[in-house]
Design a binder for this molecule. Sequence first.
Ligand code: PEP
Length: 244
Amino acid sequence: MYFIANWKMFGSIKSVNSLNKVISYSKTNKLKAKIIYCPPYTLIKSFVDKTKNSNIKIGAQDCHTQIKYGPFTGAISSKMIKDLGGKFVIIGHSETRAENDNKKINLKIKSALDEKLNVILCIGEKLIDKRKNKTKYVLKKQLLEGLKNLKNLNKKVIIAYEPVWSIGTGIIPSENDLKKNIRFIRNILKISKKFTKSKILYGGSVNPKNIKNLMRIDNIDGFLIGGSSTNEKIFIDIMKKSIN
Ligand code: PEP
């Protein structure tokens, strides 16, 4: 089970101390959870240093389409993330999709894989897509265009299904819809013969109250967690409740 913390634009240099309890928990937990923190770029190095004697891995929340260096003011490349000790990168999060079409996302994934980073590709429909019954169309397009012409590096790409209407709203999909959409994603990956071994996570308003119900959906390999991951007690509570 993956528990990936997306800190978005939160955290200060002091936040590194908030990892203490999670580090201790990661050494004792029975679930053998794979815990990954994706803090803002400014905190990657201090998070890497803090977690170096633990199983916790660190990632970034985005990267540039170029592999190494270039005249791109304000941008960070996959190479730079790797240089800091990052092992993962979130690509295609809905909060970044306004500036990123599927073509750009595809180039970003390629740059990350070339640097041997693990990719967390976020896909998900907006509320308007859901209302118009276009969820499957959107998921298929985001998957196929995002993964186009990439080498089959199965385990290097994790898919996070994040319905946009569920992020930060406290609303999660019904058990039935979630099962159906995860199954649909697996089928697309199977049919395209690509990334058939990729893990598929759910993301959107995961919290200690809904984790037990979410755990009942047996085709989910873990969770991408935003708001609830920035508080260590709540984050641990979610992981604990996922086993009990
Ligand atoms: C996210 O940003 O990926 C996310 C799932 O956020 P939240 O858990 O706050 O809905």
